[in-house]
Ligand binder design. Structure first.
Ligand SMILES: *Cc1c(COP(=O)(O)O)cnc(C)c1O
Length: 385
């Protein structure tokens, strides 16, 4: 999709959208139609059926492609449907490398469904580039990872992984889940990724009222294949959801600037407290990959995790919030707190959680865009519970 501007905000508001040709409506209408009138057999305006063509969805796809600096966007009914479309680029007998701290649903899809259909996989800590190199096989067709990860907020050097694939003369595709960072903070395609994907459910929509996903690429061949999978598999994004996300991205730059700022303030506030032994946030100088974060990201997004190392205390804190809501998901304007061990990562075996450093006393904050004074006051009273 053509960018409107070399700057981000103008693209958030305008890319992919033009006034409606029939009425001049400034906002893209929600095209609620399953089919389109044809003038004669095989004569139509390029629109035949709603699964294949929908103008609201096309506007969103163009908008998100421009934000990621890609040429093509293909939107799906959920983040996981987008993940599945990427996996369906592979064939029986192919191997993929999967980050060891990917979204639980991504792991479940690979482990429980795609591996039954004939894909093999190796899960590694992709922050460790030697492990990535060692995990490549002659039939490796895909490397799939998240950076930053959930909820430990570990990073992977995207351009270094690209170099490893190049050195190994591997034709494996590199796909990055950019849900946590958003294109405001990180542009994986520019760092050498072939594919970027999102759960638009999170920051891109930003208002916790829609489920969706998108795959973005600059490669015409990959776009064509994923577009085919979108139509053939049918896991399309609905027109109403496309419209909601399109409304959301108009303020993505404003929201992300505030998420970044509030999360930084909260991480710094938590880090100076003697009763919170561990704080995980890529924007803290104490984060082991802070240098990489500064190199690879423009901002550090709104996710902060912390560990009291005391399960009972964490339980009391989790129940004491008044402004933060205890809930799964993330990326909305409202602040949420989550207990990963019992909520988002409940299905990850305890030994695997321990290996990631994801303890039962860890809490994850999705820092919203409220007044940071209220958020810190809420944290302060909760920590005293
Ligand atoms: C939520 C999430 C997904 C899955 O997206 P859904 O829209 O819930 O299907 C994938 N990756 C990450 C990082 C997520 O946070």
């Amino acid at each position: 999709m053509k960018k409107i501007s070399r700057y981000f905000a103008t693209n958030c508001i305008h890319a992919g959208q033009e006034p409606d040709p029939t009425t001049g409506a400034v906002m893209t209408p929600v095209y609620f139609t399953s089919t389109y009138a044809q003038q004669g057999f095989g004569q139509h305006k390029g629109y035949e059926y709603g699964r294949t063509h929908n103008l609201t969805r096309a506007a969103l796809e163009g908008n998100l492609a421009a934000l990621e600096g890609g040429r093509h966007g293909i939107a799906f009914a959920s983040g996981l449907a987008a993940t599945q479309a990427i996996l369906e680029l592979l064939s029986q007998g192919d191997h993929l490398v999967l980050g060891n701290n990917v979204y639980g649903g991504t792991y479940r899809l690979v482990d429980k469904i795609m591996s039954r259909l004939g894909l093999s996989y190796t899960q590694v800590d992709t922050a460790n580039l030697d492990l990535v190199k060692q995990s490549l096989k002659p039939n490796t067709r895909l490397v799939m990872l998240e950076t930053p990860t959930n909820p430990m907020l570990g990073l992977t050097d995207i351009s270094a992984v690209r170099s490893i694939l190049k050195q190994a003369q591997s034709d494996a595709l590199l796909a990055i889940d950019n849900t946590f960072a958003t294109p405001y903070n990180q542009l994986p395609l520019a760092l050498g990724a072939d594919l970027v994907w999102h759960s638009t459910t999170k920051y891109l929509n930003g208002h916790s009222d829609s489920i969706g996903g998108v795959v973005i690429t600059s490669r015409d061949d990959l776009s064509e294949k994923i577009r085919f999978i979108q139509n053939a598999g049918g896991a399309i994004l609905s027109p109403m959801d496309a419209w909601l996300i399109l409304r959301g991205t108009k303020t993505l730059h404003l929201r992300m600037a505030k998420h970044n700022e509030n999360a930084q303030a909260i991480a710094e506030w938590l880090a100076q407290r003697s009763d919170i032994p561990r704080v995980y946030f890529p924007g803290l100088p104490s984060h082991p990959q802070h240098a990489l974060a500064k190199k690879q990201m423009r901002g550090f997004s709104g996710m902060v995790s912390f560990d009291t190392l005391d399960v009972e205390r964490t339980r009391r804190i989790g129940a004491a919030f008044k402004v933060f809501t205890l809930a799964e998901s993330l990326g909305g304007v409202e602040s949420l707190v989550c207990h990963p061990a019992s909520m988002t990562h409940g299905s990850v075996p305890a030994t695997d959680r321990a290996a990631l450093g994801l303890s039962d006393s860890l809490l994850r904050l999705s820092v919203g865009v409220e007044d940071v004074e209220d958020l810190i006051a809420d944290l302060e009273q909760a920590l005293q519970a």
